[in-house]
Design a protein around this ligand. Structure first.
Ligand SMILES: [Zn+2]
Length: 236
């Protein structure tokens, strides 16, 4: 494989985490939003991640209350459009992990304004195959940064039991039960860590909320008191 000929994400895929970090340092970033050289997201484009930071918490007037049970609250930083959409794509598919701290910071700012309560953050885990390909789990990186800024612990509580692909040929109820089966609390997590705690799920993008609801169900089954969620972006 030639370094100059192969797409960067292909090069990154065959490198380990340490080599990818070295590559980050070697390559100048360009803005995922506008392409300008310098930062992974330039100062101007960063504002897209905070577009809802001052919005009223909860459901905007005129929209249906579409928070899937058993989630108590669902928040997000920005709509899944424009700069935010391109930045999330770069984080997930182009190996641009330098975007994760910026997104974690935006999550922290939104949650500090809109979050009703929460004792600890829990990332929605990507499938092990994807983490292996990418070298990192983007929601885990985002949650870690958000937790640090909020002064909350982050609990590595969940794992995927299997890849949730081929969702498209399942009907709605089959899809929901497929997802419920797809997450469980890790064996290594002590029960006392989750019991009676209000947990806040962190993910990159929320669409229907079914993934978050499935994670919440697993955490409640393990004894959590309540589960809320926040995503970087919401797709409608
Ligand atoms: Zn930009």
């Amino acid at each position: 494989m030639s370094w100059t000929g192969a797409p960067l994400h292909d090069v990154r895929r065959v490198l380990g985490a340490a080599a990818n970090r070295a590559l980050d340092l070697a390559l100048p970033a360009s803005c995922a939003g506008c392409g300008q050289e310098g930062d992974a997201l330039c100062r101007e484009c960063r504002t897209a991640l905070d577009i809802r930071v001052g919005a009223e918490p909860g459901v905007p007037v005129g929209l249906p209350a579409d928070i899937p049970a058993p989630l108590l609250q669902l928040e997000w930083c920005a709509p899944f459009t424009g700069v935010t959409r391109r930045a999330l794509h770069a984080l997930k598919y182009d190996g641009e992990r330098r975007l994760a701290p910026l997104m974690g910071a935006a999550v922290a700012r939104r949650w500090a304004r809109a979050g009703a309560a929460g004792d600890a953050l829990v990332a929605v885990p990507a499938s092990p195959d994807r983490v292996r390909d990418r070298g990192y789990d983007q929601a885990t990186l985002i949650a870690g940064e958000a937790a640090r800024r909020l002064g909350l612990p982050v609990i590595d509580a969940l794992e995927r039991t299997r890849a949730t692909t081929a969702q498209f040929d399942l009907d709605r109820s089959a899809r929901a039960s497929n997802l419920v089966a797809a997450f469980r609390v890790r064996d290594a997590v002590p029960e006392t860590l989750l019991r009676d705690r209000w947990l806040v799920l962190v993910d990159d993008v929320v669409t229907t909320g079914a993934t978050l609801a499935a994670c919440a169900a697993a955490l409640l089954q393990a004894g959590a008191l309540a589960v809320s969620a926040i995503a970087v972006a919401r797709e409608r």
